[in-house]
Ligand binder design. Sequence first.
Ligand code: RP5
Length: 207
Amino acid sequence: MFELPYFANCYYALEIYYALGSSRFKTISKPIFEQFKTRFSKKEFMASPLVGIIMGSASDWDTMREAHKILQEFDVPHEYKVLSAHRAPAAVTEYATSAEGRGMKVIIGAAGGAAHLAGVLAAQTLLPVLGVPIESQALKGMDSLLSTVQMPAGIPVGTLAIGKAGAKNAALLAIGMLATTDAKLRDKLQLYRETQTRSVLAATLEG
Ligand code: RP5
């Protein structure tokens, strides 16, 4: 879905050529290659993230890795980080207020317990915010679910299921949103659904 800039393609082509080239070629071209490498590093051409996965604690990562894996599978540029609404409120504000300007399209906010992270993110951006209630120890995620889903009218948070199912579906829903304006991504989503259907219909049960 992402076209790399022309120079990035040149860079990769040159890198392959260099790796496969003869030692004579390498000796002659090394200084040129090194200069090129410094000026156009791969990092510069990393596509900027379209989806941000924000979670309240590193302890949420086991759940939210599922969202990351799905976005990775669909080649959707994304980022993931810990930003807590109550332990680091200023950082959450900074993230939410700058996200749209950085080209982001969707934010996924995941938290457990008194889970206000998704709501706080949503309050400070016009981007769609999807909420994932983390399964808490004390109340098995019912606290997280109600805190995330019960937004008063005016600031929506699209809340998914508790835990890993919610994390996966948040990523799939973000992909669905992006796919409305990206035909290649839509094709991938279609294929994903078809594969899923085939695997369900192929299920066998032991008697
Ligand atoms: C929330 O508190 C986090 O989202 C996490 O689910 C929960 C517990 O956090 P830790 O005490 O494990 O850091 O803010």
